[in-house]
Design a protein around this ligand. Sequence first.
Ligand code: NAD
Length: 478
Amino acid sequence: MHNYEGVYITGKWRAGSGERIEVHSPADSSVLGHVTEATSDDVDAAVQSARDAGASGPWARASKSDRSAAIGRLADEIQARSSAFADVVSAEVGSPRKWSSFGQIGVAIGVLRSYQKITDEFAFDDTRPSATGGEVLVQRLPVGVVGAILPWNAPVFTAALKLAPALAAGCTVVLKPSPEAPLGVSMLTEAIEASGLPDGVINIVSGGVATGEALVANSGVDKISFTGSTAAGKQIGAACAADVRRCVLELGGKSAAIVLDDVVLDAETVGGLVTGVMANNGQICVAQTRILVPRNRYEEVIDALASAVRQMKIGDPADRATQIGPVVNRAARDRIESAVARAKSDGARIVTGGARPDGFDAGWFVTPTIVADVENNAEIAREELFGPVAVVIAYSHEDDAVALANDSKYGLAAAVWSTDRSRAARVAARLRVGSVSVNSPGPIDFGSPFGGFKQSGIGREGGPEGISAFVEPRSIIL
Ligand code: NAD
């Protein structure tokens, strides 16, 4: 059992006044532990703690090399507990345990290590010639208190994507994990304390929408950094706009994998296309759920994908042989099943999957599914499903593939697959998305900006650009 009572404020777990939130395994509905829902009074106390830690004391005086070292120590302490973190996150999210070592925790450590270096190299101050003679000192000051609101699908990774640049900039943070997956984030307190970060620099308030709304409404928060659905992001963006509060919004997607006509369907390519959709049981924001295939190779690609997907081992996320675990909860399972059923009744072909797997009645399992013969404007090709479902769409020529990939309200990510890397890179450069991978299913690089065009978000995380989101520039004209 992983039980975290109360709220984590000024370096201690303190009694909270809210209700208990039980966290259930999506694999068998057993109770994994509990946290306490933070009330708006708890959120106020956490924000005050963050304000105090940012205004005076060791963090307010920390140099950029102190901050870089602190980020490195936090990475070390997570690394020292990486197996325990992967166990907890795998259990609460349902991520296959083997994948979680890298896909949930390794990437969090990678982000922190990358920012340890970037912080050292980032120009927080520079002097430049004034346009009218003389000199200007440009300073990049911490934006202040960051309210960081996290999704359940990658809780520790998304926490690291916010913590690392915020700490680099000298900010303090109130983290709000989601009620589905608060245990890994609560466990971060062990690493935070062992790393010697001053009290109050990172505070944690668990809870659902009401706790998130209290954080967004608190005028002591200078910047909201939100990762989650586009629907919630629109509400949060509107709330922030009302008093000109800064916000970064990292939202949903319906990304495309473009298979060019020269592709060789070897195990690596087929495996990459499948991983691009099915990783984390289809619950990653950059999932390439629209696979765009040249019309003259349509059936060949569908057959290769279906054969690989049928071999995936569905099972208990804790079992290292498992490749597909459950989706997060009953509502997600029901939403995915009904979207596939609607697509079928609208004439789509369910090549594989589409029914519940046998023998997994205690949890929220969905058989990995391939849907063919759909148009790009079908509901299943337009809306983010957040489950192990790929649609395969035929295109006629390269321009058509680019147009289809771009024909989406989202613009988070994409992948291009080809034997000709230069050609793939040219196609990648025509896509209106925040990041594209060539011949790989992973369009995220720790040292480079990551975020969305269009309704996939505003702002970027990752790389030096990620730090820019947490600083306010000030020009002193000398
Ligand atoms: P969600 O929007 O339901 O919730 C995200 C977080 O916001 C939770 O902590 C929730 O409690 C809180 N929240 C919800 N409504 C709120 C409101 N009005 N005010 C304040 N807080 C609020 O999303 P989810 O189901 O947890 O996560 C899945 C979504 O996240 C998918 O759409 C996925 O694509 C997206 N996502 C995006 C990225 C990215 O980097 N772009 C990464 C991971 C997940």
